[in-house]
Design a protein around this ligand. Structure first.
Ligand code: FAD
Ligand code: DLZ
Ligand code: SF4
Length: 515
């Protein structure tokens, strides 16, 4: 206390903390404290983020700063090209403390362990008072998740999800039972795609003057990063993000449940919501979205399988992966259960491959900074695992290329769900699949140089022999998994010559890949 008044505080708001009711702002005094937002080189390049992701965040940060100023806050906004910008969050905090005459920092816990560690080091080195507050924009706190996990043999999402349904009352009936008598309608979310489906796509927003400046800056400073910058149409304000969600409900939600796993060439968005980038940056509130879906279901406006499918992703998967991240970091990022050490193939950056499924997903990722869940899991993720790519390299790719990627959500999805690198903490079996699955759920194979029905030979689909080779070479680690009993029985029924041919094809393919 100075003269009976508390000292002036610097309220640090990070690029993915653009929520007016975030903990650090709630705890601050608008009549005394200063809010700092800083565009810094390090956050844009600790992995070389997609150009669209950087542009989205810088523009959303600038709009949020305006919103806070209009609400009466004193905002200190540092642009990337401002003179003296030290290029890192700790560096900018130090400068801003002096500039604004503040003696302590208030910040909501960052979403990545890396940045939390940096702030804690700054506190220790400089002896600053830095108050790091829990991020309560999530429905399940880290402490509540640790309590839930404590003493459990298995941390299955499904059990966690049921608790979240009970806790929130979403899609629960008056007697405390799940609406429709079932917790999970996943099996109704797997319709293969139909030709001729009318797909509306997400809402596109015009570029305003703030975004136009940012686009010039990003092209100038990050022109060599992966990704195509324009056309740029993301929402960059809360109001726009809300209207993007309204648009999803009005135009796509009716088909969301049925076609959640379907993939079609030229249709990057299918019937997905395309809201993860807005949710993760703090422009949308997860519980509010779910309450709207719940209300729409109760009003008879949407089907239960679509409503449950959406709510499961948001209060189930999204909360669960965050819980796993904070429970297991910092060691989680080094896990490599299957001991995969191959480098990431160059076509993850160039899209230059004859495998139509991969080139389609990588081109789309380059153009849109978006791929939907099944493309991430069953195309690029599946291939990387079958090809024995080092999970850390896979993780760094996913963190860089998607507009919604922050380590708390990306790492468990990549390392745990898609690469099985945590040995089954997150998923009960590896998401490995042959070309057959891709052919059933997409139209990619009809336009591919490879033949999806061929298992060996020069035209055989690489996913086929790589799949069997994957099971064969990881027999010691995977054969006892009850969920893999069926494919291992098939493998055991194959004759030795056939297995030798699969191995030969896989080895030759891998040789070509890395030569
Ligand atoms: P929809 O399919 O419309 O789903 C609605 C919402 O549910 C999403 O916006 C998202 O907030 C939530 N959601 C759905 N699935 C998941 C999930 N598995 N984990 C967490 N939330 C989920 N999601 C990210 O937000 N950031 C990431 O960096 C990310 N990396 C991924 C990496 C891999 C390898 C995989 C397999 C999945 C990853 N996901 C990630 C999850 C999922 O792919 C995206 O959330 C989804 O594709 C976002 O698009 P959408 O908004 O159209 O989602
Ligand atoms: C992703 C990102 C980027 C590209 N740039 C900034 C930035 O310049 N300033 C900032 O405060 N945050 C940025 N971010 C988001 C941070 O990387 C994010 O807050 C941490 O990774 C924690 O989730
Ligand atoms: Fe992909 Fe194989 Fe189908 Fe080609 S044939 S698109 S490589 S699954």
């Amino acid at each position: 206390m100075v003269n009976g008044r508390s000292p002036k505080q610097l309220v640090l708001i990070l690029g993915d903390q653009l929520s007016p009711s975030i903990a650090a702002l709630r705890a601050a005094d608008p009549n005394r404290d200063v809010v700092l937002l800083a565009e810094v080189q390090q956050e844009a390049s600790y992995v070389r983020h997609h150009k669209k992701k950087i542009a989205f965040l810088f523009s959303a940060m600038r709009h949020f700063a305006k919103e806070l100023s209009a609400a009466g806050w004193c905002v200190d906004y540092v642009r990337l090209d401002d003179e003296g910008n030290r290029g890192s969050i700790p560096g900018e905090v130090e400068r801003a403390l002096i500039r604004n005459g503040c003696s302590r920092v208030l910040v909501t816990k960052p979403g990545e362990w890396r940045l939390l560690d940096e702030l804690e080091r700054l506190r220790a080195q400089r002896n600053f008072e830095i108050n790091i507050m829990a991020d309560d924009r999530f429905l399940c706190s880290e402490v509540a998740f640790a309590d839930w996990a404590d003493g459990r043999k298995q941390l299955r999402m499904e059990n966690f999800y049921r608790e979240m349904r009970r806790k929130t009352g979403l899609l629960m009936d008056e007697s405390g039972k799940p609406c429709g008598g079932r917790w999970n309608f996943d099996s109704d979310n797997r319709k293969p795609p139909k030709k001729g489906l009318k797909i509306p796509g997400p809402k596109l927003f015009p570029v305003d003057a703030i975004t136009r400046d940012v686009l010039v800056l990003v092209e100038d400073r990050f022109g060599d990063h992966f990704g195509v910058l324009q056309p740029f149409w993301f929402a960059v304000t809360r109001r726009q993000a809300e209207s993007a969600f309204d648009h999803f409900i009005e135009t796509s939600f009716a088909h969301f449940g049925d076609y959640q796993d379907a993939m079609l060439s030229g249709q990057p968005y299918m019937f997905h919501a395309v809201v993860s980038l807005y949710l993760n940056a703090g422009l949308l509130d997860p519980l509010k979205l779910c309450r709207r879906i719940d209300a729409a279901y109760r009003a008879g406006a949407v089907s239960l399988n679509a409503a449950e499918g959406f709510i499961r992703q948001v209060i189930g998967w999204r909360e669960y992966v965050r819980g796993i991240y904070w429970l297991r970091m910092p060691s989680y990022v080094n896990e490599n259960f299957l001991e995969h050490h191959n480098p990431l193939p160059a076509f993850y950056w160039t899209a230059e491959t004859d495998m139509a499924c991969i080139s389609t997903c990588v081109e789309q990722t380059r153009d849109e900074a978006y791929a939907h869940h099944i493309q991430r899991l069953m195309i690029t993720g599946n291939f990387a695992m079958l090809a024995g790519v080092d999970p850390r390299a896979v993780h760094e790719w996913y963190l860089a290329v998607y507009a919604d990627a922050y380590e708390w959500v990306e790492l468990p999805n990549t390392l745990g769900m898609s690469q099985f690198a945590d040995g089954g903490l997150l998923g009960s079996k590896p998401y490995a699949a042959s070309g057959n699955y891709i052919n059933r759920m997409s139209d990619y194979c009809s336009d591919c140089r490879y033949e999806v029905k061929s298992k060996t030979g020069p035209r055989a689909c690489p996913f086929n022999y790589l799949y069997w080779d994957f099971l064969d070479r990881h027999r010691d680690k995977l054969a006892s998994n009850p969920r893999l009993a069926f494919p291992y029985r098939n493998l055991d029924g194959m004759d030795d010559d056939y297995i030798a041919a699969l191995r030969r094809n896989a080895a030759a393919f891998m040789h070509r890949l890395h030569s």
